[in-house]
Design a binder for this molecule. Structure first.
Ligand code: ACM
Ligand code: ZN
Length: 702
């Protein structure tokens, strides 16, 4: 009695997990106490799930529970037990589950084994992580009912730009399972490396899996000489398929064709239009060298590869790529042109003959896939032409492709770059971050994503089967970094995949609190993750008030509409943009100057103008070529008071935010005009022939 009175309360489970269960009804009986003597009883077919549960509980509490196979009748009365069983529980959908926690038992019922597995994930995530291992913990009594909104819930991984070893890929699958995701999009081929053993074409991995160096920085002129590569054997991949299936994850292999094939061409030059020679690409971007669509041998090659891929992967979905396929080789290739004639392909107002030739290739390969009872997925470019309706469209260049596809009757997977490209920065100040491709995509933006376009009718909306995030690895060289890019953005993603809450009911602060508890689980498993949402950044360098701050400002030339945000007032709002040009604090201009007039609202004496510009050479953003300051008393007649020429940044110079200053003899005036001009891209830039972008923020006048 005495010991009972002085006992500390046991650590308690909390069902407010990620993704949040749809219904949690607390029943307020005496809690269930999880302890070393608790047993797991499972129905036939759920042995693996029972073992997972036992392992998860041991990871968190240090307690290893015994698992027993037992028929349903034998366990209705057992107390101090967790029961796993399959039961339709009134759901007419797969993957649903119910957890009934009483003082005596925890019963996890799934509509199928996957449902039981997700019930187990919820139980696992609800345990008091971080307060344990202790002997016991208690589970408040409750009935939890839960089911997914989208049948397709995925993450993508590119192990081609930088190879990720098999053990890392297994951990990635563990991460997906923990987030209730059921599909893993495995991007296996690229210009920079071929990663899957194909028995009929051994050179693909012997030659195509390795490159002899990698461009330094953001596609500059210099290369390292480090051989990089690796591949997965068919045996390893079969093992991986099994590993994933045990965790209710299906692996969707992607063979990206007919573009992004330079590594295959390096292995078999005859498959290309020019015959080579080719090398496994050492740069990033989109290679002009693609598969020759006019060569029957090339078509046979693709067919053979897809057949070996389907032998390894039982997936219902097979991804055949289709993105970013330049047509410059096809335009000049006699074989491709002959094929266009043979097929009677004609260009029309919307698409070129070569676009239709790509459709021909994609449709031909779709038939190969469909002949084996599978379905193809392709990136949204495959809508450019006449793709067959059975193809599933992956909408990555925004959601527009997905909307068009759903209207045409295609099933659609949403993964727009604007919200779901997890290779973008998570901080506005990349100097504090491991380098990545660019952009700015914080957890909050992921959580704003609306996967169901309002433009679609309810019938068309049924074609949106799900969503995924993509992790491309040009600038992500280790799995440690992959994890950092994935989490906690995956937490926001799974909330949308599993629950798709109304925009109004999404509470970001509540999400962050739940992410905090997920982070304890990440710590437990030594998963790397980004911590910005837990330590909100406060920028110290708001500008000092100056003559321009919050004054009326007009632009004679409008910014590019992609980067116009809230328009001119951004330039004098007292907040400086950081390195992320998509933060909304910068205005972007392409091929035209920024020409701003600031009304100081009364005559003032000024002698100094300062502004910031961004340099991100890989994204075509350069420093300005010239800055000019003019003043006027009446807003009509202007006189020049200062001008500066600015030399173009070179590959040897750093990217970042730079300040430009113009000093002049003091003048008194009411209106100040600032004109900032852009350079043309230099000869050593991929975009040579085009103007550079300028991104300008905060204009200060003293
Ligand atoms: C893609 O990001 N090229 C699909
Ligand atoms: Zn060709």
């Amino acid at each position: 009695m005495l010991s009972a009175c002085t006992q500390q309360p046991l650590p308690e489970a909390n069902y407010d997990v990620i993704p949040q269960p749809k219904e949690v009804k607390l029943t307020e009986e005496k809690p269930f106490v999880l302890q070393g003597k608790t047993k797991i009883h499972y129905e036939e077919g759920l042995q693996r799930e029972a073992q997972f549960l036992s392992e998860y509980i041991k990871d968190i509490t240090g307690i290893k529970l015994d698992c027993h196979a037992s028929p349903r009748s034998a366990r209705n009365d057992v107390s101090n037990a967790i029961l796993l069983l399959i039961d339709s529980i009134g759901f007419d959908q797969t993957e649903a589950y119910e957890i009934n926690i009483t003082s005596k038992q925890v019963v996890i019922k799934g509509a199928d084994a996957a449902g039981v597995f997700y019930g187990i994930q919820t139980l696992r995530k609800s345990l008091p992580i971080g307060q344990l291992p202790t002997a016991n913990c208690q589970l408040p009594t409750a009935v939890i009912r839960d089911w997914p909104n989208f049948p397709y819930r995925a993450m993508h991984l590119d192990p081609c730009r930088h190879f990720m070893d098999l053990d890392s890929v297994k951990i990635y699958i563990d991460m997906l399972a923990m987030h209730n995701m059921n599909q893993f999009h495995f991007h296996l081929t690229e210009d920079q490396g071929w990663r899957i053993e194909i028995k009929k074409y051994p050179e693909l991995t012997k030659v195509g899996a390795y490159r002899n160096g990698t461009v330094i920085g953001r596609n500059g002129r210099l290369y390292d000489t480090i051989r990089h590569g690796g591949f997965y054997t068919q045996e390893q991949l079969r093992d991986l398929v099994q590993y994933a299936a045990e965790r209710h994850v299906n692996i969707i292999p992607e063979i990206d064709l007919p573009g992004h094939m330079q590594a295959a061409l390096a292995a078999y030059p005859k498959l290309g239009c020019t015959g080579g020679p080719y090398e496994v690409w050492k740069r990033w971007g989109v290679s002009d060298d693609v598969l020759c669509a006019g060569n029957e041998e090339t078509m046979q090659f693709v067919e053979d590869v897809l057949n070996e891929v389907m032998d390894i992967f039982p997936s219902q979905y097979i991804h055949i790529g289709g993105d970013e396929c330049p047509k410059v080789r096809w335009q000049k290739c006699p074989k491709c042109q002959k094929k266009i004639k043979e097929l009677g392909i004609k260009k029309d107002a919307r698409f070129s003959a070569e676009d239709y030739l790509q459709s021909y290739v994609m449709n031909r390969m779709a038939k190969v896939v469909e002949a084996r009872g599978r379905r193809v997925i392709g990136w949204d470019e495959i809508l450019e032409g006449n793709v067959s309706e059975s193809a599933i469209i992956m909408s990555w260049r925004g959601t527009e492709g997905g909307i068009e596809a759903a209207r045409k009757g295609h099933d659609v997977i949403m993964c727009p770059g604007s919200h779901l490209y997890f290779d973008y920065y998570q901080s506005e100040d990349p100097s504090t971050e491991p380098s990545c491709v660019g952009g700015y995509l914080p957890v909050s933006r992921v959580y704003e994503f609306q996967p169901m376009p309002k433009e679609l009718t309810p019938e068309q909306q049924k074609h949106i089967i799900g969503l995924q995030a993509n992790i491309w690895t040009e600038y992500i060289t280790s799995f440690h970094h992959v994890q950092y890019m994935a989490m906690p953005r995956m937490d926001a993603l799974t909330e949308i995949q599993w629950n798709n809450p109304d925009l109004e009911s999404r509470d970001f602060n509540a999400l962050v609190e739940r992410c905090r508890r997920m982070a304890q689980l990440y710590d437990l498993y030594h998963y790397n993750y980004a911590k910005q949402i837990f330590n909100p950044q406060v920028w110290a360098d708001t500008v000092v008030p100056n003559l321009a701050t919050h004054k009326p400002i007009t632009l004679r030339e409008q910014p590019n509409e992609q980067y116009a945000y809230n328009g001119a007032p951004v330039l004098v709002d007292g907040e400086k943009g950081r390195c992320a040009y998509t933060s909304g604090r910068w205005l972007g201009f392409w091929g035209q100057p920024l020409d701003a007039v600031i009304d100081l609202e009364q005559n003032a004496t000024l002698s100094y103008v300062r502004f910031n510009a961004l340099v991100n050479k890989g994204s075509w953003i350069y420093n300005p070529s010239q800055a000019t300051v003019l003043v006027s008393d009446d807003g009509k007649k202007y006189r020049k008071v200062g001008q500066q020429e600015i030399e173009i940044s070179t590959w040897m110079d750093k990217d970042g935010v730079f300040s430009y200053e113009l000093e002049f003899e003091p003048v008194t005036a009411r209106y100040v005009e600032v004109i900032i001009k852009c350079h043309d891209l230099p000869k050593d830039h991929d975009g040579y022939g085009h103007p550079a972008w300028i991104f300008v923020d905060e204009i200060e006048i003293f």
